[in-house]
Design a protein around this ligand. Structure first.
Ligand SMILES: Nc1ncnc2c1ncn2[C@@H]1O[C@H](COP(=O)(O)OP(=O)(O)OP(=O)(O)O)[C@@H](O)[C@H]1O
Length: 318
């Protein structure tokens, strides 16, 4: 693999708190997603790679350049779009990008500004004030700013947070086309479904530790079986059904894990009816990255295979 980002034993403490714990990752020319719950160490990881925070221990390099020894050289290779980037809303879109082009010392600032504005589909509104832009347009403008010096590696912290579905899709379309042009994209997100659709590989991180790193498809094979969800009225009491694991009940929804979803559904249907309960709906689905993540996180928290309360919460949100 043509390594673009490498972390070896990368560790960061804030006082006594270990925010990133002995991280080892090797990122090539790809869209690489760093996924994890709040406070798991995603931003801290990005800050170290982008030279904004010195590791306590271990090393990180970008395009083979050590971030501590050669921070300036690293900065020439990267762009970083944080969660809340400061756009000047009293300037036009074009002026905002041009400002960054000048800051970076880009050799043909006007041409590069026009180019990235075109790439991000902002040409029509480029001369309007940013205060008139939608959330999605502002995010695209931030991407345009980040791209104006043609970085090798782009770091994006929660690129789609707060955007509507259409705007999210558009952002991801742009991210994928950057990757096609050869850029490495390192992205943090809470949105597992977006990561599933768009990332080449994903590292799951929790409490500063990488739990698993693989392609979305391989990660989903970790949960060997189907998830079965039934909507009922009343309280379900689980007595042993062979080869079916009861995950739990959240209000009127009961959830199970079984090797064969279709066969299990029939057994569950019978069990629900035999308890005199009404069955409103019943379906089996393949595990998602949410399921995998909760499973992995739990493995490290205690010895149970699935964290019931988290799992139930998650199911309740669907
Ligand atoms: N400047 C700081 N000083 C002290 N502790 C910090 C600091 N920044 C982050 N932390 C702590 O370090 C841990 C990791 O935080 P970090 O922001 O890297 O997580 P995150 O995964 O990016 O979270 P989120 O998804 O909420 O953005 C958390 O426990 C956080 O409270």
């Amino acid at each position: 693999m043509n390594s673009k980002l490498v972390a070896e034993d990368l560790t960061c403490y804030y006082g006594n708190l270990c925010a990133v714990d002995s991280m080892n990752i090797d990122v090539g020319n790809e869209i690489f997603g760093l996924l994890g719950p709040n406070g798991s160490g995603k931003t801290t990881t990005v800050l170290m790679f982008t030279t904004l925070l010195e590791p306590t221990k271990g090393t990180a390099s970008v395009c083979g350049i050590d971030v501590v020894k050669y921070p300036k050289k690293v900065r020439e290779q990267i762009s970083y779009v944080p969660q809340d980037m400061a756009l000047d809303v009293r300037l036009t879109g074009r002026e905002n990008v041009r400002f960054f082009a000048e800051l970076y010392g880009v050799s043909r600032p006007k041409e590069m500004t026009d180019e990235v504005i075109g790439v991000l589909d902002l040409a029509e509104r480029a001369d309007d004030y940013v205060k008139t832009y939608s959330g999605g347009m502002r995010r695209r403008l931030e991407l345009a700013q980040a791209l104006v010096h043609d970085p090798e590696v782009l770091f994006l912290d929660e690129p789609t947070v707060g955007l509507d579905v259409a705007a999210r899709r558009k952002i991801w379309d742009h991210i994928r086309s950057l990757r096609k042009k050869g850029m490495t994209v390192f992205v943090t997100t809470h949105y597992m479904d977006e990561a599933d659709r768009n990332c080449d590989r994903i590292a799951f991180i929790d409490k500063g530790r990488v739990r698993k790193c693989d392609t979305p498809a391989s990660l989903k094979t970790i949960i060997n079986g189907d998830i079965i969800v039934a909507t009922i009225n009343g309280n379900f009491s689980f007595s042993n059904i062979p080869d079916i694991r009861f995950i739990g009940q959240q209000e009127d929804e009961i959830t199970f894990l079984a090797h064969d979803g279709q066969m299990a559904s029939e057994l569950i249907r019978r069990e629900v009816l035999s308890q005199g309960l009404t069955l409103h709906s019943l379906y089996a689905r393949k595990p998602t990255l949410d399921d995998v993540f909760l499973h992995l996180v739990d493995d490290y928290e205690d010895t149970r295979p699935i964290n019931m309360s988290r799992f139930r919460n998650m199911m309740g949100k669907r």
